[in-house]
Write a protein that binds this ligand. Structure first.
Ligand code: SF4
Length: 231
């Protein structure tokens, strides 16, 4: 437990069911933490196919990460334009790269492997445009740090599971509360499972509760299907 909080009921069974249903799929994430940072920046408010293509295009045009710190915004924008919001994303990429170059003498996040979890989170969220969610994606996917990134999809599933209140906003305080109620060993699998669930069953409108793999543990699903865990 963290900060004296207790864990969510059935969090172990829910995680197991999600792993059984979806496995442990790669969502295209990268082992190199700097490339993962680029990947997550490009994924913001963009369909998966588009941000994957934008990412490949960026690496093709800038094979040496060090060149990104001094790149022209027009060139980076052009490389990632398929993903949309290219001007804003390009400025985050260039400014973050320049800051890393200043800190480490090269554009890299490898030195973070030797830092504590708090130091890593603090450094990542100090980079231009990097939210707590983006930082935690980099941490869990490429640095193997057991955190629980919460995006709108994970938050929707969490609310339907009764883990967050209906009117709650996606604030750092609320995502920290969620994370503290999930044991470290389940966080990555649960995050990936929730992403998969949100794309397949727990969609924003008309969730497919009757066939959802975790309906037995979901109060919303039980109401929607009139099932009960005790039936
Ligand atoms: S049972 Fe329904 S509401 Fe609950 S997680 Fe599954 S799809 Fe979402």
């Amino acid at each position: 437990m963290e900060n004296g909080s207790s864990y969510f009921p059935n969090v172990d069974k829910i995680t197991d069911e999600l792993v059984r249903s979806f496995g442990r799929p790669s969502l295209g994430n990268r082992p190199d933490p700097f490339e993962e940072l680029l990947y997550i920046i490009l994924s913001s408010r963009t369909p998966p196919n588009n941000y994957s293509t934008a990412f490949e295009s960026l690496l093709r045009q800038f094979p040496d990460h060090d060149d990104l710190g001094s790149a022209r915004i027009e060139d980076v924008s052009d490389a990632i334009k398929l993903g949309g919001l290219q001007h804003k994303k390009a400025s985050y990429i260039i400014e973050s790269s320049a800051k890393l170059n200043k800190l480490f003498g090269t554009v890299t996040l490898e030195p973070l492997r030797k830092m504590t979890r708090d130091e890593v989170e603090k450094l990542l969220t100090s980079l231009p445009g990097i939210s707590l969610k983006t930082a935690r994606c980099v941490m869990v996917y490429s640095l193997d740090i057991p955190v629980f990134p919460v995006d709108v999809h994970c938050f929707r599933v969490s609310k339907r599971l009764g883990w967050a209140k209906e009117g709650e906003k996606l604030t750092d305080k609320n995502v920290n509360k969620l994370q503290a109620s999930i044991p470290e060993k389940y966080r990555k699998d649960l995050h990936v499972g929730m992403i998969m669930l949100s794309r397949t069953y727990c969609t924003p409108k008309s969730p497919k509760c009757e066939s959802c793999p975790i309906v037995l543990y979901c109060p919303t699903g039980r109401i929607n299907t009139k099932n009960s865990i005790n039936d």
